[in-house]
Design a protein around this ligand. Structure first.
Ligand code: TXA
Ligand code: MG
Length: 339
């Protein structure tokens, strides 16, 4: 299959919308990461997403809408908590897990009776939904197991020959996937951290939001992942990444002590020179937004350099940084050294 890369302009939007209507798939930008879209009501179309990504069938997809009227049929009901969250954060990088409605293809939800819904703010994503009349299911547009793509070039690197079309809308703003919150249980629960923070969710809901177990630590043996995606070893780079938790001085001392291993560093902006080894800087220290925006590109840059030992500076674990830590600790296969 030829993969065409087309600017996400009016012509590109029309091409994408036509593919959706025909039951085909294509990649497009959202404000978080690039996604692979298919009509969420069409099971055969949704199957093509799993095939393109090599994704396990038991990992459900998020359904994307352009306005609230599209919820009807996609959810059985919009719980009260969803009605507080939607006006506060939509359109934007929040996915709300709700009871699944009859229109959602079973293939989207991996047999669950719930569905994740999100209203993206990216104009190209909205325009495609409006032009096609299709709510689309879309996972991140990477091959299963590699970092989510935040540029059209990164999508192409994974998806060449596997998709007919990639819409290029430039680099994504947020850089990590949407926050996923469930409102189907007794208490609201954060299943995946993202740009919308735990604190913001709690403020909008006026109550505590529980943190799913798998966010900051590895699932224990036998523990069930509430968000099926959390159980997979995501974002696995070729390099052996270890997160070093401590000050810059401690980090530098550790790197110096292990120079014989020829390590590289995933560091904060401005630290490259002082470290004196090959470095990829993933953002400013203490700036979760900046780190989130660049992390996946940096993980891919490390892959392009080949394998080897990588020491990573540790982001904070609250606010937007919780999302950065959550992705990085998976890329590091949960190897964290406290300095
Ligand atoms: O920002 C995003 O959400 C991007 C863009 C393309 O919109 N999409 C994305 O999709 O990250 P994906 O498939 O890579 O991640 C979806 C996550 C997975 O961890 C999945 O297990 C979880 O959401 N999920 C989806 N439906 C669920 C459900 N019904 N219950 C629990 N978790 C669910
Ligand atoms: Mg993904």
């Amino acid at each position: 299959m030829e993969t065409m890369v087309h600017t996400a302009d009016a012509e590109g939007i029309a091409l994408g919308a036509e593919l959706l209507r025909r039951g085909d798939v294509f990649a497009l930008p959202t404000e978080t990461v690039y996604g692979i879209a298919a009509d969420a009501r069409n099971g055969a179309a949704v199957q093509k997403i799993f095939a393109a990504k090599g994704r396990p069938q038991d990992n459900p997809l998020i359904v994307h809408i352009a306005d609230l009227s599209m919820l009807e049929g996609l959810v059985r009901e919009a719980p009260e908590r969803a009605q507080l969250l939607a006006p506060a954060f939509w359109p934007g990088p929040l996915t709300i897990i709700m009871p699944r409605g009859p229109q959602v293809a079973a293939e989207c939800c991996a047999g669950l009776d719930t569905v994740g819904i999100r209203m993206p703010s990216h104009p190209a994503a909205q325009a495609v939904i409006r032009a096609s009349g299709c709510a689309f299911a879309a996972p991140s547009a990477n091959l299963s197991g590699s970092p989510s793509p935040t540029t059209a070039a990164d999508v192409l690197a994974d998806m060449q020959g596997r998709l007919p079309l990639i819409l290029d809308g430039g680099p994504c703003d947020v850089g990590v996937e949407s926050t996923v919150v469930s409102v189907v249980g007794e208490h609201p629960m954060l299943l995946r951290p993202g740009h919308i923070t735990l604190e913001q969710l709690e403020a909008a809901l006026g109550e505590e939001v529980l943190l799913s177990g798998a966010i900051l630590e590895k699932l224990k043996d036998g523990e069930v992942a509430r968000s099926p995606g959390m159980k997979y070893k995501h974002y696995a780079p070729k390099a052996d990444i270890t997160i070093l938790e401590g000050s810059f001085a401690q980090f530098k001392a550790y790197v110096d002590a292990h120079r014989a291993l020829s390590p590289s560093c995933l560091c904060f902006t401005g630290e490259e020179q002082a470290l004196g080894v090959p470095c990829v800087a993933y953002g400013r220290e203490g700036d979760g937004d900046d780190q989130a925006k660049h992390l996946f590109r940096c993980l891919r840059a490390l892959d392009e350099q080949g394998d080897g030992i990588v020491y990573a500076r540790c982001p904070q674990k609250d606010g937007v940084s919780m999302a950065v830590y959550n992705r990085l600790v998976r890329a590091a296969a949960f190897r964290v050294v406290k300095l």
